[in-house]
Design a protein around this ligand. Structure first.
Ligand SMILES: [Mn+2]
Length: 456
């Protein structure tokens, strides 16, 4: 991103020095400058989406922290979040989620198994395709150094402890920076993971880990479905390492989200061959998992499109058929994301039920989209009716363990206070808790089951 900025500034210089050109030349230069600015803006936006660190200092008057040791709390003044019940007006308290309360024979926390998503919570910048980052958390120093990654990891565990959850999820590249070589990249990851292991203590574990196989330019044609064998091999090496660190941290699952496993046009794509490649890639992951004794569940996360026009893991039914064709059904389950469900034209409830009746419901990425916006907005789920349907599937499934609910959800661009991270998670947890309480009433009342049985 810095390089892009410098490039743009450099290119603007010649225009600024032309002061007495003919009108024609001036017009041409103006057009050039506008084009250049647009190109620069696009370059910058792309870098933002690709997960670059936020620029610092921001033009909002905020100052970066220095790059020295961080002292004290990351969330000062925010207490450990407690349950205060529905009449509480405290924004930093649970109204419906009471971790140890028993509902339908199980503690709420065991139904839920809530997890914080590192990428949205600690790498989310508020940047979108139309604008630069808006969030500059006080602990960020504007770099993507290993030291910064470790400081961010400390913030992650203070957040998790104060929120009172036991799980977290991560991509390899979100928690540690890329190096110049695979070896250097892996060494960076090892250094950050060693600290994470220490900070986890005896109670906190990864709900799942995953490899980030979509933001680096090498993955522009996909990873396991890339037409370049070198890219396929690099992705395999990256997944191998990501499974190892997930295992080392005591993770209970490992997720495959095919970020760019899909196509832009069938005219240049051998779809059958790409699907064969994807299946052998996943088969190799199964073999390696067994070789190192990792007993976690492997999960595939369906999504119909975005960033590619068509993603191979379109929805639960498509993915189940893929697994069936390649004889991988016994080795994988599904991670259903509610926002992906609606992008594929289904409801979240439909996707959960499709996974459940096929014995494939493994985990839920708890978020929601917006009915008026056609893309993946990754909002916290706050619709009680939707949460009730989601929990109905979870209860019928007997729970999600060893999976759980991962908050694959982010603050809105306009939400820039540190406290907002807590308020958003509390609202997501309370909404699902309310859904569970509603399901308990529906089941205890018996009328829903009676209605269905009468129909048949
Ligand atoms: Mn999403």
């Amino acid at each position: 991103m810095y390089i892009s900025h410098l490039f743009c500034l450099e290119l603007q210089k010649p225009f600024q020095s032309v002061k007495r050109g003919s009108l024609h030349v001036m017009r041409e230069m103006k057009a050039e400058k506008i084009l250049l600015l647009l190109v620069c803006l696009n370059v910058v936006s792309f870098a933002v989406i690709a997960g670059s660190p936020p620029t610092c200092p921001a033009d909002l008057g905020t100052e970066c922290s220095d790059s020295g040791e961080w002292e004290g709390e990351f969330f000062p003044g925010i207490p450990k979040i407690k349950y205060e019940g529905p009449s509480s007006k405290n924004r930093l308290a649970f109204k419906w989620y009471n971790a140890k309360e028993e509902i339908l024979g199980k503690k709420m926390k065991d139904w839920m198994r809530f997890s914080v998503a590192f990428w949205h919570t600690f790498r989310g910048t508020g940047g979108d395709p139309f604008g630069a980052p808006t969030k500059y958390w006080p602990w960020e120093d504007g770099t993507n150094s290993v030291a910064m990654a470790k400081r961010r990891m400390r913030a992650n565990f203070e957040f998790i402890n104060k929120l009172g959850v036991d799980w977290w999820c991560f991509h390899d590249r979100d928690i540690a920076p890329d190096g110049k070589t695979l070896e250097e990249t892996n060494a960076n990851l090892d250094e950050v993971v060693a600290l994470a292991k220490e900070l986890q203590g005896t109670k906190i574990r990864p709900l799942w880990g995953t490899a980030q196989l979509f933001s680096h330019p090498r993955y522009m044609h996909g990873a396991a479905t890339s037409s370049e064998v070198g890219v396929y091999a690099y992705a395999a090496a990256q997944v191998k390492k990501a499974i190892e660190v997930t295992h080392y941290l005591g993770g209970e699952n490992y997720v495959f989200w095919g970020g760019r496993e899909g196509y832009q046009t069938l005219l240049n794509t051998d779809m059958g061959r790409e699907l064969d490649h994807l299946a052998s890639f996943l088969g190799a992951a199964v073999a390696y998992k067994k070789k190192i004794g990792f007993n976690g569940t492997l999960l595939i996360e369906p999504k119909p499109q975005e960033p590619t026009k068509h993603q191979y893991d379109w929805d639960a039914a498509t993915t189940a058929n893929f697994l069936r064709k390649y004889d991988l059904l016994g080795e994988f389950k599904l991670n259903i994301e509610c926002n992906h469900a609606t992008l594929s034209g289904h409801s979240c409830h439909h996707e959960l039920e499709t996974a459940r009746i096929n014995g494939l419901l493994g985990n839920i990425d708890a978020n929601t989209g917006d009915p008026q916006i056609g893309w993946d907005t990754d909002q916290f789920l706050t619709d009680i009716a939707e949460a009730t349907m989601v929990m109905l599937s979870v209860v019928r499934n007997g729970g999600l363990a060893p999976g759980g609910f991962n908050f694959d959800a982010k603050l809105r661009r306009e939400s820039t206070d540190v406290e907002d991270l807590f308020i958003a998670h509390i609202s997501g947890m309370d909404t699902l808790a309310r859904g569970l309480r509603n399901v308990a009433k529906l089941i205890e009342d018996g009328s829903l089951a009676e209605l269905v049985s009468k129909r048949y």
